[in-house]
Design a binder for this molecule. Structure first.
Ligand code: HEC
Length: 133
């Protein structure tokens, strides 16, 4: 009995981690994404004067990302609301930026990539229109 419960829990957990990305999932920019931007990104993207040209700190992260031309690929927005495939931020997190004509490194630079679940949260947020929520 206990074994069956445990198996069901493990399955549920696996399913929740591997959930397909859907636009109606809710991700809050401030609550779900900002902690990662603060912990993993703002150390380098602090004032906007650094390479990459963005400040990923709480006051400026949203406005420096959403609807802004990417420096490394000016034909693409950093975040194009509703369109992860044409959002340079997503390609920098996936590591596919060079396949779309960008340059430089996968982000976060000199660190392990974000987990698949965290990257999926960014994607869900872009799909949902990249709200400042
Ligand atoms: C160790 C320093 C460092 C860290 C940490 C870092 N970055 Fe970067 N980032 C850079 C540098 C340097 C560039 C410019 C060169 C390049 O594009 O690779 C850059 C460029 C970028 C660009 C391209 C901007 C543009 O307009 O071309 C994005 C998007 C980006 N970073 C997002 C992030 C995110 C999101 C994180 C955290 C998950 C992060 N970075 C963490 C140093 C860093």
């Amino acid at each position: 009995m206990l074994g069956a419960v445990r198996a069901a829990l493990v399955t549920a957990c696996f399913v929740c981690m591997a959930r397909p990305v859907a636009a109606d999932d809710k991700v809050s920019f401030a609550m779900d994404l900002m902690p990662t931007l603060k912990a993993r990104c703002a150390v380098c993207h602090m004032t906007g004067g650094e390479p990459g040209g963005m400040a990923l700190t709480p006051d400026t992260a949203w406005s420096d990302l959403v609807g802004r031309d990417a420096m490394g690929l000016p034909s693409m927005k950093r975040v194009n609301p509703g369109e992860p495939q044409s959002s340079y931020l997503m390609h920098k997190l996936w590591g596919s930026h060079r396949t779309v004509g960008g340059n430089g490194s996968r982000m976060p630079l000199h660190q392990p990539p974000l987990t698949a679940a965290l990257i999926a949260d960014f994607e869900i947020w872009v799909l949902a229109g990249a709200p400042n929520n």
